[in-house]
Structures are given as structure tokens and as C-alpha cells.
Design a protein around this ligand. Structure first.
Ligand code: DX5
Ligand code: ZN
Length: 214
């Protein structure tokens, strides 16, 4: 699956930018609060507006403090997948249940420096694992190849039936990096600058999809 990140799109033309990637599996929406990460983007009103403007399932990545308080609102707004950060969630198991009860898939994200092993029990309650391959906060950063060890571990646990997760990767995915991520076992690739900085975002998306399937 490919999930274009609208962080690199034109925020004044979001409906058109979604239409430009109509073949996308998920549309990745980066919500930042200038506390959990040193950047501020968009929130619930924009997600609600996008939900009405596109049929692409919305993949909301909440880089915010206190997701226990805010995340369920994104599920209620119609997001298909709502991902919170394990570093920010106070009660991630209860939060996953709330997200599912509100009709969304529950996603858990880990920053590049956060180990996977201490969170394996929590992950049993989640539908998506979002492995960050850059420090969250900004698009256009360089891919951190070392996080692929966590992808391999997650892949093994999914393939042996210990976890049931979509393994998603976010940060620095482009034509040069997507094949190694695919080889490590990623199911869903977020790509912002590699898609929206291209002259034809739809074509860039399909090229990435072909490369990931190689
Ligand atoms: C970064 C965001 C990413 C970002 C990826 O904190 O979570 O989703 O849009 O951008 P690229 O693909 O340009 O690294
Ligand atoms: Zn993201």
C-alpha cells in the first residue's frame, strides 16, 4: 500500500491534491501540535473537510501530546486509521479500544530511537504499527536505514501469527529507499516529498508502487 503524505501538498488546494493521488490506498494526514514535535500543522476541522472532499481512506498520524484526550475525535470524524505515538500515550491499550469503538483502525507509532520490544504486549491491541524512519516533525528528511531492524522484527511477529498488524513506514521513502524497506517487510509506505514534489504526483505514486512490488 502507498500512503501519500499531504504534508508536502499545497494546503490551499487540498481537495485537488487528494484528487491528484486518486489511486492511493490511504491518504496520510500529519497532525502536529508544536509540543510533541517542533512543528504545527493541521487538526480536526481540516480532517473533517478532507473527509468530505475525498474517498481515499484517511490515515491520521497524530504527533501530539495527550492523544488519550484528542485521538478519538479523529476516528469520529471518519478517519480510517488513527495513529498515536507510544511516547505520548498515557494508556495506549484503552486508547486502542476507544479508537476501534469509534470505528477506526488503531495505529501505534514509534520514533526512530524508541525500541520495539517493550511495547509488544501493547501492540496486540493495535491494527497498525507505524515505524518512523525520520525524527517526526518535518517532510523531506533523510531515511534512517537502521529502523529497518524494527520492521524485520515486526514482520517476523506478524508472519508467525504473534501480532496482526499492517507494518507502515514513514519518513524519507523515495525511489532510492523504498526497495530496501519493502525487502524488510513493510506493508504500507508513506511518501510525502517523493510524491508531491514530483511534477506528476499520480505517476510518482504508481512508480513507487511498482518498485515496492519488485
Ligand atoms: C514527518 C511526517 C511524515 C512526512 C514524510 O514527521 O510524519 O509523514 O510527511 O515526508 P517525506 O516522505 O518527505 O519524508
Ligand atoms: Zn507521518
Amino acid at each position: 500500500m502507498i500512503a501519500p503524505s499531504i504534508l508536502s501538498a499545497d494546503f490551499a488546494r487540498l481537495a485537488d491534491e487528494a484528487a491528484a493521488v486518486a489511486g492511493a490506498d490511504w491518504l496520510h494526514v500529519d497532525v502536529m501540535d508544536a509540543h510533541f514535535v517542533p512543528n504545527l500543522t493541521i487538526g480536526l476541522p481540516v480532517v473533517k473537510a478532507l473527509r468530505a472532499a475525498t474517498d481515499i481512506p484517511l490515515d491520521c498520524h497524530l504527533m501530539i501530546d495527550d492523544p488519550d484526550r484528542w485521538a478519538t475525535g479523529y476516528a469520529e470524524a471518519g478517519a480510517h486509521n488513527v495513529t498515536v505515538h507510544v511516547e505520548a500515550a498515557k494508556d495506549p491499550v484503552a486508547l486502542a479500544k476507544d479508537l476501534r469503538a469509534a470505528g477506526a483502525r488503531a495505529g501505534l507509532s514509534i520514533k526512530p530511537g524508541t525500541p520495539l520490544e517493550p511495547h509488544l504486549d501493547v501492540l496486540k491491541h493495535y491494527d497498525t504499527l507505524l515505524v518512523m524512519s525520520v525524527e517526526p516533525g518535518f517532510g523531506g528528511q533523510e531515511f534512517m536505514v537502521e529502523v529497518l531492524d524494527k520492521v524485520r522484527t515486526a514482520r517476523r511477529l506478524v508472519d508467525t501469527g504473534h501480532l496482526k498488524l499492517v507494518v507502515e513506514i514513514d519518513g524519507g521513502i523515495n525511489a532510492d529507499t523504498i526497495e530496501q524497506a519493502a525487502e524488510a517487510g513493510v506493508d504500507c509506505f508513506v511518501a510525502g516529498s517523493a510524491i508531491y514534489d514530483a511534477a506528476d504526483p499520480g505517476a510518482a505514486l504508481e512508480r513507487l508502487r511498482e518498485q515496492a512490488a519488485r
